[in-house]
Design a protein around this ligand. Sequence first.
Ligand SMILES: [Zn+2]
Length: 277
Amino acid sequence: MIQEIAPHVYHNAFHERPAKDNDLVAVFSGGRTYLTQGGIFPTAAEIWAVEEAAELVYLFEIDDVAFFLLWQVSEKVKEALVETPTTVFRNMEPSHLALAGATALHLSGWYRANRFCGCCGSTMERDKVERAMRCPKCNNIVYPRINPAVLAAVRHNGKILLTHYANRVNAARYALIAGFTEIGETLEDTVRREVMEEVGLPVKNVRYCASQPWGFAGNIMVGFWADLDSDDETVTLDDNELDEGVWLTREEIPAESNPPSLTHTMIQMFREGRDPQ
Ligand SMILES: [Zn+2]
């Protein structure tokens, strides 16, 4: 999974410091990222060579290399780098750079969405002590936003329920039922509601499996096992979201090694019989 980066270590503590020449810089503009010709993050020195006064905002560290965000992306910087879809981070090597890219993308989106105060409209300022945006006029403070979402692996009679999303890019492969947690419900409530909404089936024995930061969508994904609470496996699809829902046996699932996502990790756990009974 994307967070499994050992022997590298991700350090999320906020300790703002000036960038050093060899620190790495995440550059995002217009929903795209900008990398070097070699397809990796530019260093701070490489950014400063193009834009002497570039403002670099501290994000996090992996081992002893800090990652910074280029606050304002000029045309000059874009021209010096290679425009790349942010999906490049999903399979970036070495793999700890995939986590770095997804997390930088998540933070970049949060900073961009909070430049102005939602209470009084003033320009927000970056807090110096903690990772937060603070309004100097009304003192409104906004912390990084993480959207909780669940994955539901529903089993019955040795089979697992897999789905296929309609109208979604890269939806070639099967997935698990998934959905955002609504205000006022528990994660287990979300599992029961989403399964009922998406495939019209009741579930029981909702049990936690694992979680995964998924910066591409600003999420924390929380995976649960569940069992069908009925003898009727008939799937009634929510046409707006899904175009297919199928029950597959362990033998019918193709093997996949080291999948980056929790979805496909759980599907492989089921295939290998490593799901709880
Ligand atoms: Zn304000």
